[in-house]
Write a protein that binds this ligand. Sequence first.
Ligand SMILES: [Fe+2]
Length: 153
Amino acid sequence: MTNTSLSPQDQKVTGQALQSALTGLINLGLQAKQAHWNLTGPNFRPVHLHLDEVVETVREHADTVAERAVAIGVPADGRPKTVAKEGGAEQFGAQPIPDREVVAGMTQLLGVVIGKLRDGIKETGDADPVSQDLLIQAAGDLEKHRWMFAAQQ
Ligand SMILES: [Fe+2]
């Protein structure tokens, strides 16, 4: 049994916030790879490279939030079927995607995950400030990426 200093209610609220962040981050990482591979257009090179930076950022934060969930006694659920159900809408198909569509799509997609993170930040302020801090760090990194994509439009 995991030791946790959280009350059952705080554990529940925090577990849900971390789980929501986890599926959003995994979805974002998968879709950034989809765009990384199928990207076309004059800005191929910088966008292609930036997408892998996003992947690196989200994988790191996904790992952190998943491990935090387990640390407070809530199993992490990063299964493909869970991500497909809860992670957010599909942004990119399986065909060549022009760079301007990738930039717009990534700005949109990042906004969705940032929204999930910010909801979680509000919900965990009282329940578990330690988890809240991890969500704040993730939101800060994703907001930087969103700014960089938005600035290209
Ligand atoms: Fe690559």
